[in-house]
Structures are given as C-alpha cells and as structure tokens.
Design a protein around this ligand. Structure first.
Ligand code: ZN
Length: 510
C-alpha cells in the first residue's frame, strides 16, 4: 500500500543523506522517520469488506533471523549499510507472530505446519491435510478420505474461484502438496515411494487426478519435480542420462494434458524457460510447469541452469496474469521452497538470496493487485537454528567476520576474537554440517584467510548434523488487504486459515 511505499522512501532518504554511514545519520532524520510512522499508523484503517482474492506466500524455513539477515544483505548489495533496509513484505501494514508447534511436535516440520495454515488444524508430523487420528503409513484410501481435512484451495474452488500453486521446490513437496493432497506420508511423492499394495494415491497422481471441481479451478501449477510424473523408461528432457521414477508406467504429464485439454483446449505443459516465456496467460486455460527433475535451482544458481528456469517472481507474475481472468476471484499459494534447503545445508548465502527473491515476488504480486480486494499474507512454516551474533559494527558485511565498533574514533574496525583468539562470523547455526569445519585439534577453524561470503561457504555450527535442523521459535506473519487486520498479536499458526476463510467470506463450517 501507500504506507509501504512511503516507508521505503523514508529509508531511502535516510540513506541518501549519508550513503556510507560511518557515524550517525542526522538527528532530525530519525525524528522525521518516527513521525512519519505515526502519521501512517494513525491513517491506517482496516479493510473490512470481503477479499475477492487471497495470495498466501510461504518462505519455507524463513525465521525472523533469516528475514533480518536477508534485509541487511539486500541493502548491502545496493551499497547501503543494510540494517535500515526493509524487504518489501516488511512494509506491509499488519504483522503478527505465529506459534508453529504442531499436534505432536515442539519444533515442527513443513507437512503439519502447512496443514495448519491451509486446513485450520494442527496435524501430526509427516502428514498432509489429514487429521491427527490418522495412522502413519495408513494405506486404506477409505480411511484417509474420512480423515482428510478440506483445504482452503479446495474450498476456494468450491466457491467458484480459480486457484494456483507456485513453488521452487518439487510441486509434490510438503508445502505445496498440503494444498491439494491428502496423505499420511509426505514422502509418498511418487508411486515408487508407496508401500506395496497401498490404496492411497501418491502425491503426483493426486495432483493430476483432482476432483472435478478442483481440477476445473486449479489453472496453474509451477515448480520442480518432473521425476515423479515420468516413468522409469522416459529420459529427462534436460538431463538425458536421468529417467523418471514412476514404476506404474503412467506418464502423468500426458495424463494431465489429456484431462485438462478435455476441459479446455490449449492447455500447456512447459519444462524450461523458453517454453515458460512463450505461454500466453490470456489464451492458456491450464498450465503445468515442471522445471527440474527434483527441486528447482536456488536463485543464486538459476542463471547456470542447463535449460533455464523462471524465477519465483516470474512464476508469480505469470500465475497472476492467468488467475486474474477469473470472474469469481482466485486463491494463489506461492512458496519460496528453498530458503529451507539452504539452511539445511548450513549455507546461509543461498537461503538469504532466496529470501530476497521471495520479497521480489511479493512486490510483483502487490503491484499487480488492488489492496482493497486482495488479501496478501507472507509467512513462514517454521524457523531454523540460525543466529546473528557478536557485536558487528553498523554496515559490517552480514556474511563476513565480526568487526566491532573501534574503541576510539578514527581507527578502522578490526576483527573480533573469541576466547582462543580466533575470529568468527556474524551468522552461525546451532547445529548442522558447518560443525565439520573443525581445526585438526578439534577446536574452531581459523577463518582469517577464509572467504566466508563465498557462495558455497557453510557457516559454523556446534552440534554436527549432515542436515541442519528447524528452529522452534515463532515466525512472523505479514499482511495487507481485506481482513489483514485480523493478522495481529501472537497467533496459533492454524488461525491463518481462519483469517483467509473470513476474508473470502466462506461461512459454513466444513
Ligand atoms: Zn526443512
């Protein structure tokens, strides 16, 4: 909204006054910025009418420390000190905290957390949009149907709205999967992962064989994960040495095309950037884009991709252009799925660059929509054990070694040292693969000659794990548009669903 633009103008002005801040900005600038906030806030009025459209952005694993570090990195990439920067979604007017614990987990995983946001119920670890009475590995399709929880996407479809899913992860991965699939095991992405004689359909097949109402509604699905849609006999178009993973002999891409073309001719499947760019959103009734055999590239690696891939913001733009043709409005879910994977790898830079791309995607959506009729929510499913530590001075490179404010004015900042006289980085993890970087004596490595801002650098960690873990503290929710004011205070994660329902004006309890 205007408030958001004003906020970014103010921070830009602050910086324009002192481009390379070494000392304080002008005293009156701090005052003026505070006063501008008061004026904006006094004028802020809830938009109480119904939302025609809802867009739910999820930064997978985007905890508050990730947002802060990405904000600083984005500012520093523009030549600023960074701390004063705001990612686009941080300028949205309403913010709350989200309690992410699930039915059985203190620190949660993506499957039950997305289930909470999209169905209104806190579920069990590893399960998608089924209730907590579901047994792990349950293969009885009838039992799963009974325990299935209707999702907001399905309810939007029933209300006559168009729907869409965008992710940089596999389209069958936990977060996007929870919007359309119901399964007791998030790993059942393809039929090869199912136990023998299992009556429950794998997630890829559930996406292709949707109920007639949802099939009609789901106009666009973009992400990675071709392997689960292609058979073991089919070579991958981008990596000819690689084959699909389906053992049932079904080419699900052909099946998707056949079923959608029956509804409306001109439906398209694309798998590379060229194909994606050629799609005319106005004349394409249904679009499936699968841009990698598994997850799509991190934003940092996208330019090197063999066949080329669209960015998260490009996919968001195309999806909105398709959905905006709907007479009844739409629901779109957009996941930045690989922030989480960067962190799991102990690799902060990739996680932060994907967070910055998410902010760009939110800006794209905001600019393409009218805030009076579109509710935009930006949140995370869970956090990571990622910390911003030490006392680096203002403007210290966020990926660098900690250099504190010098004790005397006029002296350049020098690296800080730990109890063993070794320098350390601002960004670290409580656990993960970075714990491997021990010196031969088992102590911390000497980082003096290490480029800690290199793309592949893995930040240090205390407890060694191959994969860094999620964090259990609250995550933030940012919102604008109709009913965005209902995002406030400390909320249970599953209340997000209720806010989206209220915004759509869906009345009956399912
Ligand atoms: Zn994860």
């Amino acid at each position: 909204m205007f408030a958001g633009i004003l906020a970014s103008l103010i921070s830009a002005n602050l910086l324009a006054a002192e481009p390379a801040v070494k000392g304080p900005e002008k005293v009156e600038d701090w005052w003026n910025a505070g006063q501008a906030h008061i004026q904006r806030s006094e004028q802020l009025k809830p938009i109480t009418g119904k939302a025609r459209n809802v867009i739910l952005f999820v930064g997978d694993g985007m905890g508050v420390s990730t947002v802060t570090a990405a904000r600083i990195l984005e500012g520093q990439m523009r030549g600023q000190t960074g701390e004063e920067n705001a990612l686009f979604f941080e300028t949205l007017p309403h913010v709350a905290l989200s309690k992410t614990y699930t039915w059985d987990q203190q620190t949660p995983d993506s499957a039950p957390t997305m289930t909470a946001m999209i169905t209104g119920y806190k579920a069990r670890d590893g399960m998608l949009s089924v209730d907590h009475t579901t047994h792990r590995g349950e293969c009885d399709a009838g039992a799963i149907a009974k325990r299935s929880l209707p999702t907001l996407l399905e309810q939007a479809a029933e209300a006559g709205k168009a729907t869409g899913i965008v992710t940089t992860a596999r389209i069958t991965h936990a977060t996007p999967g929870a919007t359309y699939a119901h399964t007791p095991d998030r790993d059942w992405e393809g039929d090869a992962m199912l136990p023998p004689n299992c009556g429950v359909k794998d997630i890829a097949r559930q996406l292709v064989e949707l109920s007639p109402t949802v099939m009609n509604s789901l106009k666009v699905a973009l992400g990675g994960g071709r392997d689960f849609f292609r058979t073991t006999a089919q070579p991958d178009p981008e990596y000819p040495d690689r084959r699909g993973t389906r053992k049932d002999g079904r080419d699900l891409i052909e099946a998707w095309l056949a079923s959608r073309n029956q509804l409306a001719s001109g439906s398209r499947y694309v798998w590379d950037k060229t194909g994606f760019d050629q799609v005319d959103p106005k004349t394409t009734p249904f679009l499936l884009g699968l841009f990698e055999p598994s997850h799509m590239q991190w934003e940092a690696d996208r330019a090197k991709d063999a066949a080329g891939e669209p960015s998260l913001s490009e996919m968001t733009r195309k999806s909105l252009a398709m959905l905006q043709g709907s007479s009844q409005g739409y629901f779109l879910h957009v996941e930045a799925g690989r922030i989480d994977h960067g962190h799991h790898a102990g690799n902060a830079k990739r996680a932060l660059l994907d967070t910055i791309e998410l902010a760009k995607a939110v800006k794209t959506a905001y600019e393409m929509t009218d805030p009076r009729e579109t509710l935009i929510i930006v949140t995370a499913d869970h956090s990571h054990v990622f910390t911003i530590a030490g006392y680096p001075h203002r403007g210290n490179p966020i990926l660098g070694l900690v250099k504190p404010v010098p004790e005397q004015d006029g002296i350049p900042p020098d690296v800080a040292r730990d109890a063993h006289d070794l320098p350390y980085t601002t960004l670290n993890y409580a656990n993960g693969p970075g714990a491997k970087n021990r010196s031969p004596a088992g102590g911390r490595p000497d980082l003096v000659h290490v480029d800690t801002s290199a793309l592949d650098y893995k930040q240090e960690a205390i407890v060694e794990f191959k994969s860094e873990t999620h964090g259990g503290e609250d995550v933030a929710i940012y919102a604008s548009g109709p009913k965005a004011h209902l995002i406030h205070g400390v909320m249970e994660q599953n209340w997000i669903y209720h806010v989206m329902r209220a915004a759509f004006g869906l009345s009956s309890k399912h």
